[in-house]
Design a protein around this ligand. Structure first.
Ligand code: CP
Length: 394
């Protein structure tokens, strides 16, 4: 399919509906190739990534397992092209590559790239594909990751592009790790279905919230609460998407009143890196949309507190040691989830699953990983006996 992109100029391609563009980005040999936006994922894809994330995480616990994983993609090279600031997305992709043996090079400072000599964006991307087998890309421009994928689809040496954050629009791999964290947090609470998720902060420019809201639409009876200061409300395109999917949501500025009903609270900071001109949004009051230590008494006993990080004052550091604070785990889950996504994208998924099956046989686990069990949200039954077995091997 992707070669059909050649029938369009970039301007024509970018003007197509997103669903059509996503189809044109697909390749026949694998159904997850480029990772560009949340809309491209369906529920089976989420389940597949969730399962492989758990497998990689468990296998990594032993020296033998970690060595096995590190030999899967030793022949592959990754370009980490981060044209916008990042700590955890960059480091988690870097360590995810390490887990699988993928060798990495990065461009983090575009002043060292021939872009400053006037090289076009398309030529820069094609140059990366001359040397690397996958491009992980963060950019301040909304459609730049997709533009890169389009350029490569039109070329004779396409490689997958993984969007590590594109402007104010999308952060699909963050949304995948957020879904993983929510599923793990609700492991004994019946999973994500039926849960109430409260998003707070700068929702207008929060690409993590925008992508995650769309993935939540793949679960049943999820209720979303958007709570943002005036001027920072969730944009209409996301609300229209949720309307079309029949997702129940409300918008409110009364953040505190929502705390007792939330099963998960997803905090975000003001995204003032997107400010332009005199409009300094960091100067605006954000205090009513902050989670303080004294608010913990209002929360459900099993409420999960998430934050994509980095944080500022909107999330009290005194909350860090409360068992409901999941954001440090969430950050670490980024490494496992991105390793799973890379393994699928680069064709190592089946080998890793086979290794896992062997382990489960050795652990005398009766259920050889069948599809139904893999899709179960009650994962304690599946993972815990094998993890116990692995811990005995260490
Ligand atoms: N969550 C996130 O994208 O963090 P970084 O900006 O540090 O990568």
């Amino acid at each position: 399919m992707s070669k059909e992109c050649r029938n369009f100029t970039w301007e024509e391609f970018a003007a197509l509906p997103l669903g059509q563009r996503n189809l044109l980005h697909c390749r026949e040999e694998t159904d997850i190739y480029h990772t560009l936006n949340a809309e491209q994922f369906d529920r089976p894809a989420l389940d597949r990534i969730y399962t492989l994330t758990n497998i990689i995480r468990s296998i990594s616990k032993t020296k033998n397992g970690a060595t096995y994983l590190a030999n899967r993609l030793r022949h592959q090279r990754a370009m980490l092209y981060f044209a916008q600031a990042s700590t955890r997305t960059y480091l988690s992709f870097k360590t995810a590559c390490d887990i699988l043996g993928i060798r990495c090079t990065d461009v983090r400072d575009t002043s060292t790239s021939s872009e400053v000599k006037g090289e076009s964006f398309g030529d820069t991307i094609r140059t990366f594909s001359s040397y690397f087998d996958v491009i992980v890309m963060r950019h301040s421009g909304e459609q730049m990751a997709e533009h890169a994928a389009y350029v490569l689809n039109c070329s004779d040496r396409p490689v997958p592009v993984l969007n590590a954050g594109s402007g104010k629009d999308q952060h699909p791999t963050q949304a995948l790790l957020d879904i993983y964290t929510l599923r793990r947090s609700f492991e004994t609470e019946g999973g994500i279905n039926g849960k109430t998720i409260l998003f707070a902060g700068d929702l207008a420019r929060g690409r993590t919230v925008r992508s995650l809201s769309k993935l939540l639409a793949l679960f049943d009876n999820v209720h979303i609460i958007f709570s943002a200061p005036s001027g920072f409300e969730m944009k209409s395109d996301v609300l229209q998407f949720l309307d079309a999917k029949g997702v129940h949501y409300i918008q409110t500025q009364d953040f505190l009143s929502q705390l007792p009903i939330a099963d998960a609270i997803y905090m975000t900071r003001v995204q003032d890196e997107h400010d332009s001109g005199e409009n300094r949004t960091s100067q605006r009051s954000y205090a009513d949309f902050s989670l303080r230590y004294e608010h913990l008494a209002l929360l459900k006993p099993k409420c999960a507190i998430l934050h994509p990080l980095p944080r500022r004052d909107e999330l009290d550091a005194k909350i860090d040691n409360d068992p409901r604070a999941k954001y440090w785990r969430q950050e670490r889950n980024g490494m496992w989830t991105r390793a799973a996504l890379l393994a699928i994208t680069m064709g190592a998924e089946l080998q890793i699953q086979e290794y896992w099956r062997d382990l489960s046989r050795q652990a005398s686990h009766t259920a050889i990983i069948d599809k139904e069990l893999l899709r179960s949200e009650d994962d304690d039954k599946l993972w815990k006996p094998i993890e116990r077995y692995l811990s005995l091997q260490n």
